[in-house]
Ligand binder design. Sequence first.
Ligand SMILES: *Cc1c(COP(=O)(O)O)cnc(C)c1O
Length: 539
Amino acid sequence: MRLRQQYFLASASLQDVIRQWVRVHGEDFSQFAAKNCFQLNDTHPTIAVAELMRLLMDEHDLGWDEAWSITSKVMAYTNHTLLPEALERWPVRMFRQLLPRLLDVIYEINARFLAEVASHWPGDLDRQGRMSLIEEGYEQQIRMAYLAIVGSISVNGVAALHSELLQQGLFRDFYELWPEKFNNKTNGVTQRRWMASCNPGMSALITEAIGPGWITKLDELRKLASHADDPKFRARWRGIKQDNKVRLASLIEADCGVVFNTKAMFDVQVKRMHEYKRQLLNLLHVIHLYDRIKHGDTANWTPRCVLIGGKAAPGYYMAKQIIKLTNNIAKVINNDPEVGDKLKLAFLPNYRVTAMEIICPGTDLSEQISTAGKEASGTGNMKFMMNGAVTIGTLDGANIEIREEVGDENFFLFGLTAQQVEERRRDYNPVAIINADADIARIMHLLESGHFNQFEKGIFDPILHSLTSPHDPWLTIADLRGFIDAQQQASLAYQDQEKWARMSILNTAFSGKFSTDRTMLEYNAEIWKLQPLPEMPMN
Ligand SMILES: *Cc1c(COP(=O)(O)O)cnc(C)c1O
C-alpha cells in the first residue's frame, strides 16, 4: 500500500508538470531541465527518478540518453536521517509485481551506474556491491536513497554536522565518486508561525523595540541584543514569558491533570518518542532530583516542572515503555507531599503542532539531548530558541549552529561529541560507570528496586537491560554525569532571574539564522536557481 501511495503521488506530480510543459512547448523537452527542479523530500518520493525516465521514454518518445540527461539534472535529494534503519528499501519482488516497467528502468540505471563505478575503481568488486542500487541477500531489495543519489544533481543534509557525517559515513562511496553533488542546507522554522502567530505578546514587544522588519528578515532580531542590558526591557520580557507559562500550565492541567507552579523553571522535552532522542536520559535526571529531595539534599533548591511529550510509532515497543515509565515516575513524584512544589513531572499525550504553539512560548529550558551524531538537525530546538528558551544540549544536529550563534555562555552544553561517541562504543562499560558514581548508583537502584512499578513487577526490565548493556547504541549512562552537572548549572543560573532573562533575550536575538526564509534562499541560490519575483506591496 505504501509503495502504491508513493508511486501514485510521485507519478501524478510528474505528469502534472509534464502536461503543463507540453501545453506550452509541445513535445520539445530541450529546455525542460533548465526550467524544472524536483526537490525529493527524503526517500519517500525517490521513485520519481525511475518514473520520470518511464514518462519521457514511453509516453514522450525520448531515447535513454536524452531522458537520463534530463532526469539527472532535474532531481535533487534531501536526506533527513543518519539512522540506516530509516532509509527505505523495497523488495525487488514487490516492484516486479506492482511496477515491472520501473524495475526494468532501475536495472538499466544500475547497470550503467556500476559501469561508471568500475571505471572509477577498476576491479573493486566490494565497492560495486556496496554501491549497487540492488542489495543482495535473502531477499533482493532496492536501495531508494542510492537511486536518489545516482539520479540527482544535488544531495544535501539538513545541518552542518549531518551533511558532514553523510559524506564521511553513510554516503561515503558516493561522495568519493561525486564530491560536487554534496552540500548542506541547515533547516529552519518560519517566524510567521513560530513567533508572530504563536507568541503575540512577545511579538508585540519585539516590534515595539526594533520595528516589524523581523517578520520577513529574521536577522533583524540581532537588534534585540542591546535591549538585553536594559532592566526595564528585561522586566517586560519576563512578564510576557510568565503569561505564556500560565497559558502552558492550563494546557498541561487540562491534558495531563498535573498542576504546574508557574514560578518554577519549566523544563520541556517534546519530540517524537525515540531512544536516540534520549527521553530516558531526561527521566534519569528527574529521578536524581527526586532522590535528592528524599535525602533532604535541597539547600538552594530551584523548583522545576518537567514536561515530556511525544508520540510513539505503533510498533515501537521501547518508545511505549518510555511513555509508561514517564507516567509511573510522575505518579510517584506528583503524589508525594514531601516533594510538593520542588518538582513536578507530566507526560503530554497527543503532542502536535497546535500544542507546540502553546508549549514553546512558555518554556524556560529546552531539552535537546540526543546522542551526538544521531539527530540530523532538529527543528524543535529552533522553535524554542526563537521563543526565548535556553537550550541544554549535546553537540548534535543544529544544536551546534545554535550554540555558535548564541554563544557558549548562553547554552548549557554537555556530553560526548559525535566522534567521541564512536570511540566510546569500543570499550563502553555502563555498569562500571554506575558503580563508580554514587548519584548514578542511587538512580539505578531506585529503578531496579521497582520503586516506580511496585505493583507491576519487572515491567521495566527491558529499559534497565538496555541502559546497562555495553551494546547500548545510545550511550545514555556515558552522558549522565555530564547531564546532571549541566542541569545543576541551569538550576543555579535560573535563580538569578535577571541573568536568566538576559540569556533568554539573547537566544531570541541570535535565532535569525534559523528562519526557513534563509533556508529557502540557499536552496534557490545553489540548486533551483529561480528568479525571485519583485516583492509585492502588502496592504
Ligand atoms: C517541531 C516539531 C517536531 C520536531 O521536533 P524535534 O525536536 O526537532 O524532533 C515534531 N513534532 C511536532 C509536532 C513539532 O512541532
